[in-house]
Design a protein. Structure first.
Length: 260
């Protein structure tokens, strides 16, 4: 059993418990449920840098990354740095995230917010909308084609952008459908945790141009972005590079300035 399998088992237990405790109409009554969302895919199509900066306290592969900075400071810092969007990890067990992180980020910046989560139920999509997200992540490795269609169509009906993440050609072929906005290629092998930009390069030719292409994981240098841009990538999700510093916003500022 790989780490993703373990995460999904725990996530199903978590969501089943939440569904018993918190009815869906609670999310539908929040002020955020009716707010006009901001499209990350549209911003990426016109961005010079395409940086999606992440807030992540820890990860299964790196343990604690940064558990001292405040999300409000990071959100303001990322916006000031000129990031295109912000990714917020909301998984608590494996990544140290909380749903409230989304609300705090939403109140402190006007960037499109991606809820980075292991979505296995429609409940989590309504939850994302109610907590101020603009974008949801769907992971092809843990979903069937029917689930990808069901979840992405629900998200679109709520005016949420959809980022679908793939790791290989097989996942990509089952995933391509009109209800997606962005296709993300994760350069990390989930079985070994090895990272290779070759994954993004190889899969780039198989992704139709209708979708914004995003490269994820292992992007820690300007050179990596310059290497991937000729392959049609317009978005670059940077997870640990900024967060492993004392001031993620300042790190993002320096990085984005170097790209321009």
């Amino acid at each position: 059993m790989n780490i993703l399998d373990k995460i999904v088992i725990d996530k199903r237990k978590e969501v089943d418990l939440k569904k018993e405790l918190i009815p869906i109409d609670i999310f539908e009554r929040t002020p955020y449920f009716e707010r006009k969302t901001i499209s990350l895919s549209k911003k990426l199509r016109t961005s010079q840098t395409g940086i999606i900066a992440e807030f992540k306290r820890k990860s299964p592969s790196k343990s604690v990354i940064n558990n001292t900075v405040k999300i409000e400071d990071v959100a303001m810092g990322y916006e000031h740095a000129g990031a295109c969007g912000m990714s917020v990890l909301t998984d608590e067990i494996y990544f140290g995230g909380f749903l409230d992180d989304l609300i705090i980020a939403r109140e402190n910046c006007s960037l499109p917010l991606l809820r980075k989560e292991f979505i296995i139920d429609e409940y989590q999509i309504l939850e994302a909308k109610g907590f101020g997200a603009d974008v949801i992540l769907l992971i092809a490795a843990i979903l069937t084609k029917a689930e990808i269609k069901q979840f992405s169509e629900l998200a679109k009906s709520l005016n949420l952008d959809v980022l679908l993440e793939v790791h290989n050609e097989e996942e990509l072929h089952k995933s391509i459908m009109p209800s997606l906005d962005m296709l993300g290629v994760n350069n990390r092998n989930l079985k070994t945790f090895d990272v290779s930009l070759e994954t993004s390069k190889t899969l780039s030719t198989l992704i139709p141009n209708d979708f914004v292409k995003i490269s994820e994981s292992g992007i820690s240098s300007i050179e990596a972005i310059k290497e991937l841009k000729p392959y049609g990538y317009q978005g670059f999700l940077i997870g640990e590079n900024f967060m492993k510093t004392n001031n993620p916003g300042a790190s993002a500022t320096e990085f984005i300035k170097s790209l321009l």
